[in-house]
Design a binder for this molecule. Structure first.
Ligand code: ADP
Ligand code: ASP
Ligand code: MG
Length: 601
């Protein structure tokens, strides 16, 4: 019998009428012959209210007690939902995370799922009951209650769909699908029919709050189709599906996202020697802080400047970690800016379309918005700007790519097929320090591969003006010279000037440099001998240690890192071409891609 997982978000269970409406929806599916499992969030603003209540008591509530408190919101919802379904004449049973053996690690308030024991759920489903599970919560191995991070009920739902081999996971929310950007900020945003896992992973982790990004990691790893739709209508929503099912030809950008509450940290005067970058990001990763937009400027006088962005809420912890790391490697001051925001555009089509960066930078230039930092990957471009310009920037970028217009005929509704062999085989837990420990949990990092590209060259513009419109002007000139740009990085300005670097196919580097020399207003340097190494996988940024592990492996071979780009699906670094092969091998070893045992012997 096919299984359907339905998740109802906070607004969808806000009051008794909405709970009853959700219950009827589940019963409809049950009557069609599906087994039905529901995951619910806390009602309405309950979680926010609980957070505020804790803050009234103390500025720094212990994380363990925070989880104890926040998990109560979902427990109220599951009980009410079970009562609602029973009252409508269908047998139902509710469970907390602990009751279904949803075991997590012990990182309170941002725990990751290790394992889910499916027996109890399967027994109840087998008896014809509708099963209701509390989202967002679990227990660690010592039975402490944990939560998965704000918005984490999506992750509970998709993880359960994966474990139980559900045909699909329906996410019922207060919008009727995933839009080209947040419709609350840009009312012209348009609903997307289908989107690929990779695009949604990027959008979610770059700020699109409609889905918890870790839920998309599960969906991609275990092939679960997700249907995001409105709990207040029957309209078809948005399907999040594998790339082959989502592919839209002919346009470059699928959506735009805003992360409004970001902070930027810069470590000055970082000694330029192998291992230093690793040491810094290792310290920050140990504090379990997600870092984005890591940018290292071009090295002058054997000293570099390293900047990165973190969520503003992580700033105090990130600053202490950065200060400790700076001291340990003999770097200079650590400075920060807590008033920044990140705007990103995402699209699979960027791999083949040129001019995406130029269009984005020109849109910002027209609004007079200064770009503080830039990073790119194959399918996204992110810029850091000052927070007051955030909404204007998002609207301008959305318009520049005509995202409000329908670019194609609507896709036919996606029909999920049940693949019985897809149900995940759970791996037994092994102690972390066991030799050749098996993967320790369902949410562990999965690395797909390491690639070496020896065909690129770097072009660096040093000491160039830090003013609105500069990047737009540069990339317009490069586009006119017919050069395809790959990675772009720009560091934050020190003393009114900045460094802007990018990579291009080696045989076009001279042409690109020629094109920008007359307008750069600074030094233009070609780095012809660049090797680009890319580690690809799922959840590369949200698993805090990946970049650090990559830098660590390179440091072990004394390889110096010249350029860094991070995204949710890959981390790129540029190194010296002589080191390319060695770097490739050491990264394959570091991520256990060599040999056939993969640690599973
Ligand atoms: P729930 O409580 O159901 O989990 P959320 O508030 O977490 O709901 O997510 C739904 C909200 O996400 C929408 O109301 C919308 O404002 C916001 N949102 C942000 N980005 C997008 C997007 N790209 N598409 C749709 N909604 C978005
Ligand atoms: N109730 C939790 C929150 O508000 C989890 C969720 O809604 O997904 O963050
Ligand atoms: Mg949500």
């Amino acid at each position: 019998m096919p299984l359907l997982v339905q998740k109802f978000g906070g607004t969808s269970v806000a009051d008794s009428n909405k709970i009853l409406a959700a219950a009827r929806r589940a019963i409809q599916a049950h009557q069609r012959g599906d087994q039905v499992l529901i995951v619910v969030s806390a009602r309405g603003h309950t979680t926010d209210e609980l957070v505020a209540l804790a803050r009234e008591i103390t500025e720094h509530p212990p994380a363990r007690e925070m989880d104890m408190l926040l998990s109560t919101g979902e427990q109220v919802s599951v009980a009410l939902m079970a009562m609602a379904i029973e009252s409508l004449g269908v047998p139902a049973i509710s469970f907390t995370g602990a009751q279904i053996g949803l075991v997590t690690d012990s990182f309170h308030t941002k725990a990751r799922i290790r394992n889910i024991a499916s027996e109890r759920i399967e027994r109840a489903l087998g008896k014809g009951k509708i099963v209701i599970v509390a989202g967002f919560q679990g227990v660690d191995e010592h039975y402490n209650i944990t939560t998965l991070g704000r918005g984490g009920s999506d992750t509970t739902a998709v993880a359960l769909a994966a474990v139980l081999g559900a045909a699909a996971c329906e996410i019922y929310t207060d919008v009727d699908g995933i839009y080209t950007t947040d419709p609350r900020i840009v009312p012209e945003a348009r609903k997307i029919d289908r989107i690929s896992y990779d695009e949604m992973l990027e959008l979610a982790s770059l700020g699109a709050g409609v889905m918890h990004s870790r839920s998309i990691e599960f969906a991609k790893k275990y092939g679960v189709p997700i249907h995001v739709r409105s709990s207040f209508s029957d309209a078809e929503g948005t399907w999040v599906v594998p790339e082959a099912d989502a592919r839209r030809l002919g346009w470059a950008v699928s959506g735009a996202a805003l992360a409004k509450d970001e902070a930027r940290i810069t470590i000055q005067k970082v000694p330029d020697r192998p291992g230093v970058v690793h040491s810094i990001f290792h310290t920050i990763a140990k504090a379990n802080i997600v870092v984005d937009m890591i940018v290292q400027n071009v090295v002058l006088d054997d000293q570099a400047e390293i900047s990165f962005a973190v969520a503003k809420s992580d700033l105090p912890d990130a600053l202490s970690a950065a200060e400790a790391a700076a001291k340990a490697v003999g770097a200079g001051r650590v400075v920060h800016d807590a008033e920044v925001a990140k705007v990103s555009v995402v699209g699979l089509g960027m791999r083949t379309h040129t001019g995406v960066a130029t269009t984005m930078f020109e849109a910002l230039a027209r609004e007079g918005i200064n770009i503080q930092m830039i990073t790119t990957s194959e399918i996204k471009i992110s810029v850091l700007i000052d927070r007051p310009s955030a909404a204007t920037a998002l609207r301008a970028v959305h318009k520049a790519f005509s995202l409000e217009e329908a670019h194609e005929k609507p896709a036919p509704p996606f029909v999920p097929t049940v693949k019985p062999d897809r149900a995940l085989k759970l791996v037994p837990l092994a102690p972390a320090d066991a030799p050749n420990a098996l993967p320790r949990g369902m949410e562990d990092l999965v690395i797909a591969g390491v690639d070496l590209d020896e065909s690129q060259a770097g072009v660096a513009l040093l000491g160039v003006p830090d003013e609105p419109g500069f990047a737009a002007k540069i990339f317009r000139a490069i586009g006119e010279a017919n050069v395809f740009v790959d990675m772009i990085v720009q560091n934050v300005s020190s003393n009114g000037t900045t460094d802007l670097s990018f990579t291009v196919p080696r045989d076009t580097a001279e042409r690109a440099a020629e094109a920008v020399r007359p307008i750069a207003g600074g030094r233009v340097v070609i780095e012809p001998n660049l090797a680009k190494l890319a580690v690809t996988g799922v959840g590369m940024r949200s698993h805090t240690g990946v970049a650090a592990a990559m830098f660590g492996a390179l440091a072990g071979e004394s390889i110096n890192i010249k350029l860094i780009n991070t995204s949710e699906v890959r981390i790129n670094v540029g190194a010296d071409i002589q080191s390319g092969q060695i770097a490739h091998q050491c990264l394959r070893r570091a991520f256990a891609l060599d040999g056939d045992d993969n640690g599973e012997s």
